[in-house]
Ligand binder design. Structure first.
Ligand SMILES: NC(=O)c1ccc[n+]([C@@H]2O[C@H](COP(=O)([O-])OP(=O)(O)OC[C@H]3O[C@@H](n4cnc5c(N)ncnc54)[C@H](OP(=O)(O)O)[C@@H]3O)[C@@H](O)[C@H]2O)c1
Length: 285
């Protein structure tokens, strides 16, 4: 389901973007991956999520090449800083390297990839300085559970956080217990990574063999992966960032913008893959 999601600073994006973990690592797939990313941009998937960690910069380089033929203002580029680079002695150089690999002057969002040893206030101060320098438009975090978010938002400047990128899919709904409500209350969109269960083969297998999932996918004449994506895209305040390395997969994912699951099917999915009845630790990949 197509939705526009608004960040606290007023910028809006489509609820479907493109992930890039593992893209750019295999040179034999270079052309195919460039074509995949461009075909997504052409279908409106202009939010691209990358990180300095992905292939140690190779993913950012690939994204840089893919976007080089587009107008910068038509794209929404997100990258992430390693926790050990998120202090004042490293972050400015790390950000410059990211911008150089992407071939751009400003990132739309710069995220702290996960919490490390650098004090959060120091990272927030650096993000704010990067904003003043025009290197980033804004910033956010990733893999933050409720208490991390509460601590962040209580810091000076912490209220400027624009997103929290976390693992979320039909078979991993722990964030629905408290975190998603908290983010919604604060007006902070959640970015859902691994929306089609890319990193948990056993869990994926279980979902694939589930009769409710099969029945609903068949009823819409879509694949199970598309149904998984449709489920995430139907949530309020959530942006899905599936990674697809072929044009065919990107197009199938973009087709999900036109899929709406009726209440009754959502209820059936809830019964098959319930939200936990108590808090569980945030899943991390
Ligand atoms: N912040 C974090 O800590 C964190 C952690 C993990 C991921 N992420 C971000 O989130 C993105 C998505 O997560 P992910 O890549 O781990 O997992 P994912 O998007 O759930 O799954 C990716 C897998 O799904 C396949 N796929 C995608 N669309 C498909 C389709 N229509 N039909 C069949 N297969 C399809 C891909 O295959 P092909 O490649 O063959 O197309 C790939 O094997 C990452 O790329 C990254 O940008 C962030």
């Amino acid at each position: 389901m197509k939705q526009q999601i608004q960040f606290p600073d007023g910028q809006t994006v489509l609820n479907l973007g493109q992930g890039t973990w593992r893209l750019g690592e295999d040179t034999s797939k270079h052309n195919q991956e460039i074509t995949a990313l461009r075909s997504g941009i052409d279908r409106g998937l202009t939010l691209i999520d990358t990180a300095e960690m992905y292939g140690e910069g190779q993913s950012e380089k690939l994204v840089g090449e893919a976007i080089s033929t587009y107008n910068r203002e038509d794209l929404f580029l997100v990258s992430k800083v390693y926790p050990h680079h998120a202090g004042k002695s490293d972050i400015f150089d790390a950000c410059d390297r990211t911008l150089e690999r992407l071939g751009i002057e400003t990132l739309d969002l710069y995220l702290l990839h996960w919490r490390g040893r650098v004090p959060l206030q120091e990272t927030v101060d650096c993000f704010e300085e990067l904003k003043r320098q025009g290197k980033i438009k804004n910033w956010g975090v990733s893999n933050f559970d409720l208490e991390d978010m509460q601590e962040l938002l209580a810091l000076e400047g912490g209220e400027n956080c624009q997103t929290n990128q976390v693992l979320y899919h039909l078979a991993s709904r722990g964030t629905e217990v408290v975190l998603q409500d908290y983010l919604k209350e604060k007006g902070i969109p959640m970015m859902a990574y691994c929306p089609v269960i890319g990193q948990e083969p056993d869990l994926k297998e279980r979902v694939y063999n589930d009769s409710t999932v099969k029945k609903i996918a068949d009823a819409h004449e879509i694949s199970i992966i598309q149904l998984l994506l449709a489920f995430v895209m139907q949530q309020d305040n959530v942006i899905a960032i599936p990674k697809a390395s072929s044009e065919e997969h990107v197009q199938l994912n973009a087709d999900v913008l036109d899929v709406t699951l009726p209440e009754e099917e959502l209820n059936q999915l809830d019964a098959a893959f319930p939200v936990p009845d108590h808090r569980v630790p945030l899943s991390i990949q």
